[in-house]
Design a binder for this molecule. Structure first.
Ligand code: ACO
Length: 402
């Protein structure tokens, strides 16, 4: 019952916590993390059980509505999503305006933002039916948008969704081409991507989710809030890390594969040299998602018969880092994205698409968190305070006298 914000305001104090190292921005019943023990649960369910036994749409339902669906509920939810996968034809033309070599992340964010211009019937955060339809539209259209962004970047025609296919299969088909009897959507690839989406589906108040809540706290609509979250995700310290890891591994390989000397550069804190895919604000132990992805990387590459020397390099890097006091003393372990890029690469995705895949996975989490905030009667506009360090009062000097 103690309202810390109110107490501090009344006493004239503010907390100063750069980077929000120890500030809770909200109360939430969606995702639980114990960073010291390496535990992650969605709505109470352990991440490894969900990764092994559930599906991405089932997990999306769980995150958004709070409980696992019955078969009938899941079927209805999946059907709703599949009938909204098409983009408005004008929206399709929207993509032609981007430079052909535009990075697909800002294209995704711009197109999601543009949904609020195409679907003006679903912008009211306090109309439950409008929130529901914008939820469905976002989940349904994001894979179509992502694949169009990719097609645009390689100069190929857009492929319309095929609603007889599952969520991930449809996305793979739109991205890589129309499957045939000889080249069906590979079930190994579809299953692995579905599992990776589950692992990314929510992670409580990370940078992008906090952004979605921040924007939504002004009662901006769901499309606008999620679009902002996609931009927040794009940075290399957050979702962009999966892309940065692969670039790092390729760089080490190109320089002769000397892992030890790269680790030394990291330890010497050379400007801009970090062990990408390592470290986490909350996990001070092995990220439970990283453990699952590491195993999946080995399995998937093997089953697809696509051995990759970068995987050996990554494992060597991990082994050296985990035996080195620099990393051990700072509790730096692989995070979810240390191994994901290797799987995406084996599936045929170019590096530029990696963070887009993260965004597709994180979408249900953003939506669930935004809805939880909107439905919470105690939520307020997010408006942090500051500690002012600028000049004290001084008189204006005319430009001629400066
Ligand atoms: N490589 C080398 N050193 C590191 C790394 C790293 N990846 N991460 C942290 N450190 C060091 C810091 O230099 C610092 O050392 P110091 O105490 O000597 O100054 C110490 O470890 C603590 O690091 P901070 O930067 O203070 O930790 P913070 O919680 O602010 O940052 C972050 C967490 C951003 C994830 C950081 O570990 C990082 O930059 N990692 C690499 C990028 C990455 O993989 N991001 C993905 C995060 S997970 C996700 O979004 C999916």
């Amino acid at each position: 019952g103690l309202d810390i914000g109110k107490v501090l305001k009344e006493t004239g104090y503010v907390t100063y916590d750069p980077g929000f190292m120890n500030t809770s921005s909200c109360a939430s019943a969606i995702t639980y993390i114990d960073g010291d023990a390496g535990i992650l649960r969605y709505r109470g369910y352990p991440i490894d059980q969900l990764a092994q036994q559930s599906s991405f749409l089932e997990v999306s339902y769980l995150l958004i509505y709070g409980e696992l669906p019955t078969r009938a509920q899941l079927d209805a939810f999946s059907e709703q999503i599949s009938i909204h996968t098409l983009l408005h034809e004008d929206m399709r033309r929207f993509f032609d305006g981007f430079r052909h070599d535009a990075h697909p992340m800002p294209v995704l964010s711009s197109a999601v933002s543009a949904l609020s211009t195409f679907y003006q019937d679903s912008l009211d955060p306090f109309d439950p039916q409008q929130v529901e339809i914008s939820t469905i539209r976002l989940l349904a259209k994001a894979p179509t948008i992502a694949s169009y962004a990719y097609k645009r970047s390689i100069g190929q025609p857009y492929i319309y969704p095929d609603n007889t296919l599952g969520y991930v299969e449809n996305f793979l088909r739109m991205t890589f081409g129309v499957p045939s009897v000889e080249h069906p959507v590979d079930p190994v690839v579809a299953k692995a991507l579905d599992m990776l989406f589950i692992l990314h589906a929510d992670h409580e108040q990370n940078c992008s989710t906090s952004t979605v809540r921040m924007v939504g706290s002004s009662h901006a609509n769901l499309y606008a809030s999620v679009s902002a979250g996609i931009h927040a995700l794009s940075g290399p310290l957050h979702g962009g890390a999966n892309e940065a890891v692969l670039e790092m591994l390729a760089g080490i390989q190109a320089a002769g594969g000397d892992v030890a000397s790269f680790v030394n550069r990291v330890k010497n804190k050379e400007q801009g040299v970090k062990l990408m895919g390592f470290g986490h604000r909350v996990y001070k132990n092995y990220d439970p998602r990283a453990a699952i992805v590491k195993k999946a990387a080995r399995d998937v590459l093997e089953r697809m018969d696509k051995p990759d020397p970068l995987l050996d390099l990554a494992m060597e890097l991990e082994e050296i880092a985990l035996a080195d006091d620099f990393f051990v003393s700072r509790k730096l372990y692989p995070n979810v994205d240390f191994y994901t890029g290797l799987i995406y690469k084996a599936m045929g995705f170019p590096t530029k698409m990696f963070t887009v895949l993260f965004a597709l996975g994180r979408l249900p989490g953003w939506i669930a968190q935004w809805r939880e905030m909107i439905e919470d009667p105690s939520s307020k506009i997010n408006r942090p305070r500051q500690v002012y360090t600028g000049a004290t009062e001084r008189d204006f000097v005319h430009i001629a006298d400066r």
